[in-house]
Design a protein around this ligand. Structure first.
Ligand code: NAD
Length: 487
């Protein structure tokens, strides 16, 4: 493809230096459809160099005290925060998300990830037990594992990458990270700050490129004993197969098909705007987004009417317009995939109440070729429809009615995924009861996406293996040893 002037060209970051690559891939601005950036198309050779740099840096970094590492992480957080606006602009342009979302969610959370793990690494204690009759005591010690392979998706680029880098290096590991080939820019910008933050060369290496080439080379590398992956369930299956011969430690954070269960005693004035947000925030491109809404029959019609009215208030358009709520989807192919789900639902007899194919979507002249879809609400859809079973990962949500608590639990659990759920009810006994029976790693009642990073994050069933969080990430990124002393 012919390129216009002034393309941004990224380079891999290996051993503390930016290194050009022999081949590149195009990266698009989703809100205009233009190629604006070239991303290294790394493969085995680049991954090999990055793993070597990480291995070389491991003895130095792992021997630093937690408080020394903590200071460096805090410094890095300060530097990213100082450039917050620049990072937010870049994330919005690269991913298609609104500038408001990037400013208020993505980049602040990336900063917080470093601060959070800089603090939490100072507060872990190991275990100790005594066996007086045997004259023994036992205790555990933990040590970093080595070179961590970190693979992240395109929906929350810097947010999710730093959610891995921060705990990995706080624990004393060195890393080779591979961000999504579709959203590589903010990771590259972060690399420019590492030296100033005091991160020694080789501690954080970033190799850009596709999953098939760069990702698999990392997964198959014998000197990378652990892989932390966030992405689709399909890719996780491939990673599991490819890493099996090496018996690698895996953390897998995968897709979801998250239900919202709305009982007839729910406070709809809170529930409706929050459920619109949980369905359409970041264009519905968050693994935690709601995509199946079960509403108790007595309030179904009222809910649907008010929900559609609220969804229509969400403005879709140019992501850099601060009044816009829904930006562009990540790619032309993804937009097509999401549209196809809507078409399939219609072919099955479902009704589309707003959004795709129903409401006009006027776009500014510069965004005519962008990948936009406005919030779309589908109803009269069966539980076994692909729209109710598969992860769509776009601004599409289905609303259906239910009668009893028993019934809705069964239906909510009737998918292969088990990541997140929300329950809306004023009955405290019921929210506890339902929360316990839902097959989901995270259940929010009367709210959505309220997180304490200390607590475990992750999914069950096809939504993942393992958990992330203060203690969980510490355990994943360290090797434990039990030592017995006889006195
Ligand atoms: P994806 O699986 O296509 O890609 C994720 C990453 O894996 C990318 O960096 C990609 O290049 C890489 N990859 C692809 N094939 C690979 C291979 N064979 N070997 C190694 N690496 C490979 O996912 P995506 O489309 O980028 O992201 C969307 C998915 O991520 C959705 O399913 C979403 O639910 C999920 N997700 C989950 C969470 C969570 O915390 N559970 C968070 C965000 C996104």
């Amino acid at each position: 493809m012919a390129h216009s002037k002034a393309l941004l060209v990224l380079e891999n970051f290996i051993g503390g230096k930016f290194v050009p690559c022999s081949s590149y891939i195009d990266s698009y601005n989703p809100s205009t459809g233009d190629v604006y950036c070239r991303v290294p198309d790394s493969g085995k050779e680049e991954v090999e160099a990055a793993v070597k740099a990480a291995k070389d840096a491991f003895p130095i970094w792992s021997s630093k005290s937690p408080s020394e590492r903590s200071q460096i992480l805090n410094k890095l957080a300060d530097l990213i925060e100082h450039d917050l606006e620049e990072f937010a602009q870049a994330e919005s342009k690269d991913q298609g998300k609104t500038i408001t979302f990037a400013r208020t969610v993505d980049i602040p959370r990336a900063v917080h990830n470093f601060r959070f793990f800089a603090s939490s690494i100072l507060h872990h204690v190991t275990e100790c037990t005594e066996m007086p009759a045997m004259g023994c005591m036992h205790y555990t010690s933990r040590a970093p594992v080595g070179v961590a392979g970190l693979i992240s998706p395109w929906n929350l680029p810097l947010y999710l990458l730093t959610w891995k880098i921060a705990p990995a290096i706080a624990c004393g590991n060195t890393v080779v990270a591979k961000p999504s080939e579709m959203t590589s820019v903010t990771a590259w910008m972060m690399c420019k700050l590492l030296e100033k933050a005091g991160v020694p060369p080789g501690v954080v290496n970033v190799v850009f490129g596709t999953g098939a080439k760069a990702g698999e080379a990392l997964v198959c590398h014998p000197d990378v004993p652990l892989i932390s992956f966030t992405g689709s369930t399909l890719t996780a299956q491939r990673i599991t197969e490819k890493s099996a011969p090496h018996c690698k430690r895996l953390s897998l954070e995968l897709g979801g098909k998250n239900p919202a269960i709305i009982f007839d005693d729910a406070d709809l004035s809170q529930c409706i705007p929050t459920t619109v947000r949980s369905s359409f925030a970041n264009q519905g491109e968050i693994c935690l987004c709601t995509s199946r809404i079960f509403v108790q029959r007595g309030i179904y019609n009222e809910f649907l009417k008010r929900f559609v009215t609220e969804a229509r208030k969400w403005k879709t358009g140019n992501p850099s317009d601060p009044t816009v709520n829904v930006g562009a989807l990540i790619s032309k192919e993804h937009l097509e995939k999401v549209r196809n789900y809507v078409k399939k639902a219609q072919a099955e007899g479902a009704r589309v109440l707003c959004g795709e194919g129903v409401d006009p979507l006027p776009l500014p002249p510069g965004n005519q070729k962008g990948y936009f879809m406005s919030p779309t609400v589908i109803t009269e859809v069966k539980d076994d429809s692909c729209c109710m079973q598969e992860e769509i990962f776009g601004p599409v949500t289905c609303v259906v009615a239910f009668d009893t608590e028993e019934e809705v639990i069964k239906r909510a659990n009737g998918v292969k995924y088990g990541l997140a759920a929300t329950v809306w009810s004023g009955n405290v006994g019921r929210v506890h009861r339902v929360a316990h029976r839902l097959q989901a790693g995270l259940v929010w009642t009367n709210c959505w996406l309220v997180r304490d990073l200390n607590l475990p994050f992750g999914g069950m069933k096809a939504s993942g293996i393992g958990r992330e969080g203060a203690k969980d990430s510490y355990e994943f990124f360290t090797e434990v040893k039990t030592i017995t002393i006889k006195h």
